[in-house]
Design a protein around this ligand. Structure first.
Ligand SMILES: NC(=O)c1ccc[n+]([C@@H]2O[C@H](COP(=O)([O-])OP(=O)(O)OC[C@H]3O[C@@H](n4cnc5c(N)ncnc54)[C@H](O)[C@@H]3O)[C@@H](O)[C@H]2O)c1
Length: 301
């Protein structure tokens, strides 16, 4: 049955894929985005240009929509150099999205949290029960967002899920390791390996992520619930560099750089909880990375 969806950050990487998916299922989709990094593409959705770090008191004619809150600055490095700007987009922005959800009587909220809330976790694979201990401002602010989300669910009765994403990969991404590799390579520059290249992380392909978001929202029976969304395996930066060289050809050169502050060393989420809801990833980490390399090399020619 067609439903109303409000997607904040719907012009971004994950948002763009999600909007395409929802429109293909005949849902009525409204996008809110300030276009700070995104590009509004799917004209079968409605678009409102809005900066969520400012209060919005306008009206929206939506019927108990599901609000998918994706709008944020996802750049960990930027969060370390501009804490106040990052707070404004990632915490004030979330507060304003929650207020909007309350005012328009949203039926549920899907929130994009992150594996970065765990920092360098003491338990690998990391279950949802592991205490958040972020090592970046980005991770810290997502913890604050989750607490605000829970407050809104418990006090205003809006059902919600906080989804802690592993690294998401696939065509159209505009940040992250593969984007950096492709844009440097296409610009004739060597790809950068931060630190010793042994940082190991779990990757999920974009179509798997979108399936998991839908499953979590549909199957969760609690007022507020946290789910890890990721893969059963991981790969390190050197693995990714080899996959990239295999996809892009022998001209790829690499250089070693200093480690980046806030960069987690080892990330592998325990995904048993979301899998128990009937979801399972189709592409393991290395396959997800390889598919994304090919997607991106085709886009950035
Ligand atoms: N991509 C990943 O690997 C990953 C991993 C974990 C969590 N996440 C989270 O998923 C969400 C989407 O990430 P993405 O990779 O699509 O990022 P993205 O940068 O491609 O998309 C974010 C969108 O939000 C918009 N935006 C930013 N600040 C805004 C504001 N104040 N008001 C309105 N719009 C604003 C941007 O213009 C952009 O279109 C983010 O919340 C991010 O923290 C992403």
């Amino acid at each position: 049955m067609p439903m109303d969806y409000l997607v904040t950050g719907g012009a971004g990487y994950i948002g763009g894929h999600l909007v395409d998916y929802l429109v293909s299922k005949n849902h009525n989709v409204t996008v809110i985005d300030n276009l700070s990094s995104g590009h509004y593409k799917n004209k079968k959705s409605s678009f409102i240009k809005l900066d969520l770090s400012r209060k919005f008191s306008g009206k929206l004619d939506l019927d108990h929509p599901t609000v998918v809150h994706l709008a944020a600055n996802p750049d960990v490095k930027a969060s370390m150099s501009d804490i106040h700007g990052h707070y404004s987009s990632n915490v004030t922005g979330t507060l304003n999205a929650l207020e909007l959800a309350r005012r328009i009587d949203a039926s549920s909220i899907i929130f994009s949290s992150t594996s970065a809330v765990y920092g360098n976790a003491s338990q690998i694979p990391t279950p949802e029960s592991c205490e958040p201990n972020p090592i970046s401002n980005y991770g810290l602010f997502k913890v604050l967002d989750e607490i605000m989300l829970r407050y809104y669910s418990e006090n205003y009765g809006i059902k919600s899920v906080a989804l802690r994403f592993a690294n998401v990969t696939g065509g159209r991404c505009s940040h992250g390791i593969l984007y950096n590799f492709v844009t440097r390579f296409r610009g004739g520059k060597p790809i950068e390996i931060w630190g010793d290249g042994k940082q190991r992380k779990s990757y999920i392909y974009i179509s798997d992520l979108i399936d998991a978001m839908m499953v979590a929202n549909k199957k969760s029976r609690r007022k507020f619930e946290v789910f890890n969304i990721g893969n059963n395996d991981s790969c390190n930066v050197m693995d990714i560099s080899s996959i990239f060289k295999r996809c892009a050809g022998p001209k790829v050169k690499s250089i070693q750089m200093d480690p980046q502050p806030g960069d987690v060393r080892n990330m592998q989420l325990d995904i048993k909880k979301i899998c128990s809801m009937g979801w399972t990833p189709k592409y393991p980490s290395k396959k997800a990375v390889e598919k994304a390399c090919r997607d991106l090399l085709a886009i950035y020619k």
